[in-house]
Design a protein. Sequence first.
Length: 107
Amino acid sequence: MGRHRASKDNAAEVAGGRASVFTPWIVVPALVALVVGLGIGSARAAPQQYLGLRSVDVWNEEDACVAKSIKVFPDHDLASLQNRDRAVDVCLAAKDLPPRAHLVPDP
């Protein structure tokens, strides 16, 4: 008494009357849809990527303005910090960048 081996007919009966058949005509459209979907996702990510790079450029320009004002006003007393804030404001306005919060409140 050996083990019973399932034949193809028996497998069809076990699967509910249908034999599981691999049909490539179903797979090809699914792959095409996947590739198109990935392409659309990449196209949507491109503007976000550009905005991220633009933000980094803006931060670098802001940092350059701050570094320039620190070189001009290196001291850390109240008058120098206020002058430094004004210099940063002028530099940011010249480059059409948004203003930053001041280190020292204006008197």
